[in-house]
Design a protein around this ligand. Structure first.
Ligand SMILES: *Cc1c(COP(=O)(O)O)cnc(C)c1O
Length: 436
């Protein structure tokens, strides 16, 4: 299936006149339609709740859109908890799924009344010691070990992952929590990342539902929810078939009817913590071609770099690119690919390439390029190597107008933490003088 951006060439040219490149652009209409599809796919389960994985895109404006539909927050750190709190999201609307958790984070999670998802059995006593009594509603993260396989092959390697508890620890943790007054229990697992198959959630659900029946018999606790966590993927490549959330919801329903209903456990709520699936396709990085270089390969240098999107450099991840063109020039978005380029940023790292040997239409200097699927784990994974600054974020509203939802970083932001040194204070003073 060819991949097209959610904006036309004329639209993006106009937006780039208003906001200097590079910037991440988000599609409100797309976010809303997808959220509605998720809600509808799980409507059969009255307690269903999606806790948006804040780490995927911690922009408050975007989280608020999801919250309109009753979506909660899955937080993994104290700052993510603060963000949720500032949006008026607290109590059981927060799932606190963290690992290697610092004491302060547990304290804040408890203060906000979040559901704490314990990653490790030792965290139970640690939590009690640093944060206070165990809440009545708790959750534990399960790691079955070994390889996780579906019919079409090995999906991931939980045996090699640092998360969760063994089966034995899970039973022990439930007993420890029950002894400490917990009344409602949840089970959580995240066994495979970015799955582009409708089979993942149903297969995971079957494992966790069976486990829930066993644990309820074994420990006599009340299991209130099963958290399928994240891992539902998106088609980064044009040849990938997108997940069908309706089919995924239906697959989970079947497992529910077959495993939980006969055990009389059909009051269990289904929770999810999707990040990538909720935002990934509804963001893109808009950047401009600023240099071309012909040495042993053909390079196009753009004004974005891995600071704005690290996934290609970090994981060798594929991000589709559409050449849009520029004001007064032709619309290149549907032109055939006639050239082979490496699309590079300006970091002093040779892995700072958004694409390697990519077939694209001929690129002229000044052309706008769209790097697709940056809505999740895009801006949020940004960093400041080479003193490069993170970009702005812009929301394309349903009515076609644009809203700046995060400004670009400035040198003053970059130097701000040096205010403890004389040099840092001098730099900051010079910048303030220049601005005024
Ligand atoms: C990363 C993460 C998620 C979100 O994963 P996606 O693949 O983006 O859906 C959810 N829950 C936990 C605990 C995570 O670490």
């Amino acid at each position: 299936m060819p991949k097209y951006p959610f904006v036309t060439k004329d639209q993006v040219v106009e937006i780039a006149e208003q906001f200097p490149t590079p910037f991440h652009l988000y599609d409100e209409a797309g976010i809303r339609r997808n959220m509605e599809a998720v809600r509808d796919a799980f409507a059969w389960n009255p307690g269903f709740k999606e806790y948006f994985a804040v780490k995927a895109n911690p922009n408050p404006r975007l989280i608020s859109i999801l919250h309109e539909y009753g979506c909660g927050c899955d937080c993994s750190s104290d700052t993510e908890l603060m963000l949720a709190d500032a949006l008026g999201i607290h109590g059981h609307d927060i799932m606190f799924s963290s690992n290697d958790t610092p004491a302060d984070d547990f304290r804040l999670a408890r203060k906000l009344g979040a559901i704490v998802n314990f990653d490790d059995i030792t965290h139970i006593e640690f939590f009690e010691r640093v944060a206070g009594p165990i809440p009545e509603t708790v959750s534990c993260r399960f790691n079955p070990g070994g390889l996780f396989q579906l019919a079409n092959g090995i999906m991931d390697n939980p045996g090699d992952s640092k998360y969760g508890m063994t089966r034995e620890q899970l039973g022990e943790a439930f007993r420890m929590l029950a002894d400490r007054g917990a009344k409602t229990f949840g089970i959580h697992a995240f066994l495979a990342s970015n799955t582009v198959t409708n089979e993942y959630y149903p297969a995971l659900a079957r494992i966790l539902f069976t486990l829930a029946v066993d644990l309820a018999n074994e420990t006599d606790v009340h299991i209130g929810f099963i958290n399928l966590s994240g891992g539902v993927g998106i088609p980064y490549r044009p040849d990938q078939e997108p997940n069908d959330i309706r089919a995924i919801g239906e697959g989970v329903r079947q497992a529910y009817e077959e495993v939980l209903a006969p055990a009389g456990m059909n009051d269990i709520k289904i929770f999810a913590e999707m990040g990538r699936f909720m935002m990934g396709p509804y963001g893109c990085l808009v950047t401009r071609a600023i240099h071309e270089k012909h040495i042993y390969k053909e390079y196009i240098g753009v004004d974005a770099n891995a600071v704005n999107l690290i996934r290609p450099a970090m994981y060798g991840a594929y991000h589709h690119i559409t050449v849009m063109g520029q004001a007064g020039g032709p619309d290149k978005s549907r032109m055939p690919a006639t050239r082979t380029y490496d699309i590079a940023g300006n970091l002093c790292e040779n892995n700072d390439k958004f694409a390697i040997d990519r077939e694209l239409p001929e690129i002229d200097m000044g052309d706008l390029l769209i790097i697709h699927d940056t809505g999740a784990h895009g801006h949020s994974m940004g960093y400041n190597y080479n003193g490069r600054l993170r970009s702005a974020e812009v929301l394309l509203r349903e009515d076609g107008t644009c809203e700046l939802i995060r400004r670009a970083e400035t040198p003053a932001d970059y130097f701000a933490t040096l205010d403890v040194t004389p040099t840092g204070r001098t730099l900051l003073a010079q910048l303030t003088r220049k601005e005024s």
